[in-house]
Design a protein around this ligand. Structure first.
Ligand SMILES: [Mn+2]
Length: 277
């Protein structure tokens, strides 16, 4: 038990620095059929892949997971909304994951590589729109970029190769985070200004879907050599950007010499601090 005369805690040396650390919300991936050895029988897990959180924290931001708001659970949707999350946090980061449900861009489902996750689609779409409306930065990775495009009215190739977008596979299940391809940054965009003399690079990119019809108000910021869209940005928001590639898989000392991610991450953090005011 503390003595009654316990003195007030001295301000921690890093309190001042902490106030300058933006709070970046990361939406979770969902695991509904948990492998039995993990326990959690009949439960749903919400999780972050470690490198995505560590990547955000590399720039001094704080990463927090935003649990989904879903009907059917103990939480009633009316209790809180995506707007509460957008008001409390300084930015949003979307991880990769399952294919986006084509119903969101009014097309029948043709080709997928696994179960869709409509609950996550709706939750993340609401988050994107809420953060955008609040003037907070949003960065979508892989599926996150695709969902940003869909949230603002764009559509997707459900499968790049069978839909005729390219004959180059952008996915390699065996290679996974070692599946690399070249990338060219489009001139005149935000990535071009962030990267300066670096106009091309190699990225880790693993996806079989891609941007088809670009959402109104968006521009393409980078492409693969076959023309597949690898980054998009809204021209109507301070920082609303998606990368088809995975910056969180690019270690600064990677022997493959992958595109550095520090400029992109620094821009996200700066936008989050601007949004905080
Ligand atoms: Mn790609």
């Amino acid at each position: 038990m503390l003595p009654a005369t316990h003195p007030p805690a001295a301000p921690h040396a890093s309190d001042r620095a902490s106030r300058h650390r933006p709070l970046i919300g990361v939406s979770p991936r969902l695991l509904r059929e948990v492998p039995p050895p993990l326990g959690f029988r009949g439960k749903t897990l919400q999780y972050l892949e470690q490198s995505v959180a560590h990547w955000v924290m590399e720039a001094g931001a704080l990463a927090v997971m935003i649990p989904t708001i879903e009907t059917g659970g103990m939480l009633r949707r009316g209790d809180l909304s995506s707007h509460d999350m957008a008001a409390a946090l300084d930015g949003l980061l979307l991880q990769g994951g399952a294919d986006v449900d084509p119903v969101l861009y009014s097309e029948p489902q043709r080709a997928t590589r696994g179960p869709l996750n409509p609950a996550r689609d709706r939750f993340e779409r609401d988050l994107i729109l809420a953060f955008a409306a609040a003037g907070k930065p949003v960065l979508g990775i892989c599926r996150g970029m695709q969902l940003i495009n869909v949230a603002f009215g764009g559509s997707l190739y459900q499968d790049l190769v069978s839909d005729g977008a390219t004959n180059v596979e952008h996915v390699d299940d065996a290679g996974y985070d070692r599946h690399l391809h070249p990338l060219r940054i489009e001139p005149g965009g935000v990535l071009a200004s962030l990267y300066g003399d670096i106009v091309a690079g190699t990225v880790n990119s693993i996806h079989h879907q891609g941007v088809r019809r670009l959402a109104e108000g968006f521009v393409v910021e980078a492409r693969a050599p076959d023309g597949v869209v690898e980054a998009i940005r809204s021209t109507r928001h301070d920082f609303l950007l998606g990368t088809q590639w995975h910056p969180e898989f690019h270690a600064p000392d990677d022997p493959a010499g992958l595109l550095p991610t520090a400029p992109l991450l620094a821009a996200l953090v700066e936008a989050a601090l601007r949004a905080r005011g």
